[in-house]
Design a protein around this ligand. Sequence first.
Ligand SMILES: Cc1cc2nc3c(=O)[nH]c(=O)nc-3n(C[C@H](O)[C@H](O)[C@H](O)COP(=O)(O)OP(=O)(O)OC[C@H]3O[C@@H](n4cnc5c(N)ncnc54)[C@H](O)[C@@H]3O)c2cc1C
Length: 407
Amino acid sequence: MRVAVLGGGLQGCCVALALAARGIGVTLFDRNDRLLSRAAIANEGKVHLGYMYANDLSHATARMMMQGALAFAPFFQRHLGLAGDSMTVSRPAAYVVHRDSQRSPEEVSRYLSTVHSLIRDASDGRSDAYFSRDLSCEPRMWTAAERQAEFDPEVALAAFDTPEVAIDPVALAAAVRERIQADRRIEVRLGHEVLSVEDGDRLEVTLDTANGTVREPFDHVANALWDGRIALNQTRGLRPNRPWLHRLKYGVSFRLPADAGPPPSATFVSGPFGEVVSYDDGLTYLTWYPVCLQGISDDVTPPDWPTYPPEPLRSQLVKGTLEAMAQFTLALRKLDAGELQDVTVKGGVIVAWGNTDIYDPSSELHRRFEIGVTSTGRFHSVDPGKLTMAPYFAEVCAGRIVEDARH
Ligand SMILES: Cc1cc2nc3c(=O)[nH]c(=O)nc-3n(C[C@H](O)[C@H](O)[C@H](O)COP(=O)(O)OP(=O)(O)OC[C@H]3O[C@@H](n4cnc5c(N)ncnc54)[C@H](O)[C@@H]3O)c2cc1C
């Protein structure tokens, strides 16, 4: 049996690894000249436990995210030999209720508390499940003095400690590329644009290559194209019966000057805000929605937005993000955009169901649980929804293919 995995982002790479571990030969296609070159390396790497989705009062998104989060480190331990406690993770995030939040501090507090109990049940005391973090402590509300020491208290109305961390997606991508290259069951074909998948004796994948158009048969196909997923599904007549949005979001990372104190990792909720992700070695990542959201499209295929923005947009994103967040994050006030080291600005597409932006409190974008693996015969469309979910859905997809092969 041979399986085509379409898309070499984190989702496609994880599906390839999960299949190879089950003894199945895989051909992994990507149109770029490198694996993991798009959204997979342009995100802040937060491994969501569900705390962010306070606008989904059904808690379905939180339940989904924690399922992915608890499978994340164990997947890379299993397939890459990376122990959860050896992966570089950020300082744990405080959840900070912004003055313009769509949920009050009391509502956020109640939500965090409920999510915490769900995580405790879901993790069932497995200390290795989430980067060896202790998941037993209830989110703690900061005292007014603690809040005042880090933020403008008129903007940050409340803050709560959580155990949620981020991984460095660039470091993870390097380890995944190396592992895939060493796996003789996985053949990687870069510079291959997937055009369509058609039924035949087997599934016929049509690809645009440097040598022209080629067709290749496979026993199963997994579509992990992320922002190319809906368009490819459509070539098979699979059209969603609901609206979706492709959003282009950027983020800014840099190293702090040696004498600067690190900001706390913080996620501002609930609405169009952003995050500070702070690492012990001074690596800092910022994203602020009103500045960093640079494109929105309801087309089947979104524009080919650049991962690395050109000037003057790049400089505007650095200055605009820092200025916006420095207004209420005290450690950022002392920084000068012109003097930061190793500044990188990267962005990618976020694909989600919905037709209004997150400024609308009832937007479907505030939920992210209608995601996962949809199989029609031997064709499997994998929507990770978030980076967090990629390892979990990879195992689901590989399991389904193996099960089908047994019958
Ligand atoms: C700014 C930003 C911050 C984010 N922060 C987080 C976060 O903190 N936590 C979290 O869980 N998620 C986060 N996300 C979401 C996360 O990045 C994505 O959900 C995830 O990376 C998508 O899966 P992927 O890695 O497989 O996608 P991609 O890396 O985009 O992989 C898709 C691959 O398919 C290839 N491709 C597409 N079309 C074709 C075609 N027709 N033919 C051949 N190849 C094709 C592309 O070249 C690409 O390599 C964020 C996203 C952004 C943009």
